[in-house]
Ligand binder design. Structure first.
Ligand SMILES: [Zn+2]
Ligand SMILES: [Zn+2]
Length: 247
């Protein structure tokens, strides 16, 4: 399957990219993780013929800002938006008047579905677990077409990130901080933290995204990570907007 990074910035858009959104194109479904501004590019890649499943990690605006672009899509088999308990009401507020076209008035069917922590068959397997963040936040693990993809952002180092990423073909996680930096009041990962989680979980590959827009000011700041840490974790991918990889 193909994984395309539609938006790879944390917090706000800059010349390095849009805020976070990741597209996973499986045989029968198109999956999207988070709806930062990058989601507006999804129709450059998908045919809009398959059902689209959108998984929201949390409601910080860099993860939902792109929802106001949903009205331009024509998803022939509709959209299911999975979120935390209590998230459906938030979605109907944010994707509603006076902010934008309400969910129920989009030109395709769109439903918000809250997931309890645990493992669900929707019909493919999805596991969701809380991460460590100032706001309630889910990490996800999906098993589809014989592959396992874990998506864990925004978070500090935590056991649930390791649990979700266990033996994953690909762990997609955040890199909010520069190497060696920490942020105790507002937990995020630096590249060493992310590699530590991937190693502990025995993930085969690790894609870094959600680069803190205020600290990774140029794409060169990102590629430096590949040089610095590529040997330590050979499956390291430093994502940029519109990068597509096969999984
Ligand atoms: Zn974020
Ligand atoms: Zn956040």
């Amino acid at each position: 399957m193909k994984v395309t990074f539609l938006g790879t910035n944390g917090w706000f858009d800059t010349s390095t990219g849009n805020t976070v959104s990741v597209l996973v194109q499986a045989d029968g479904y198109d999956l999207i993780f988070d709806a930062g501004n990058g989601i507006a590019k999804a129709d450059h890649y998908i045919s809009q013929e398959k059902p689209v499943f959108l998984f929201l990690s949390h409601f910080h605006i860099d993860h939902i800002a792109g929802l106001h672009t949903l009205a331009k899509f024509r998803l022939k088999q509709g959209l299911r938006i999975y979120c935390l308990p209590g998230g459906a009401a938030l979605l109907h507020t944010f994707v509603g008047e006076p902010f934008t076209v309400p969910l129920e008035k989009l030109p395709f069917s769109a439903h918000a579905i809250e997931l309890e922590e645990g493992i669900h068959k929707i019909p493919f397997i999805v596991e969701c677990r809380p991460l460590v963040h100032p706001a309630p936040c889910y990490g996800y693990r999906v098993e589809i077409d014989g592959r396992v993809i874990a998506y864990c952002t925004d978070t500090g180092v935590c056991d649930n990130a390791v649990l979700l990423a266990r033996d994953a073909d690909l762990l997609i996680t955040e890199c909010g901080l520069k190497p060696g930096d920490t942020s105790e009041l507002w937990p995020h990962l630096n590249p060493q933290d992310a590699i530590g989680i991937a190693q502990k979980a025995h993930a085969k590959r690790l894609a870094l995204m959600h680069f803190g827009a205020e600290v990774y000011k140029t794409l060169g700041d990102r590629t430096a990570l590949q040089e610095q840490f590529g040997r330590e974790f050979p499956g390291l991918i430093v994502a940029t907007d519109d990068l597509t990889i096969d999984v």
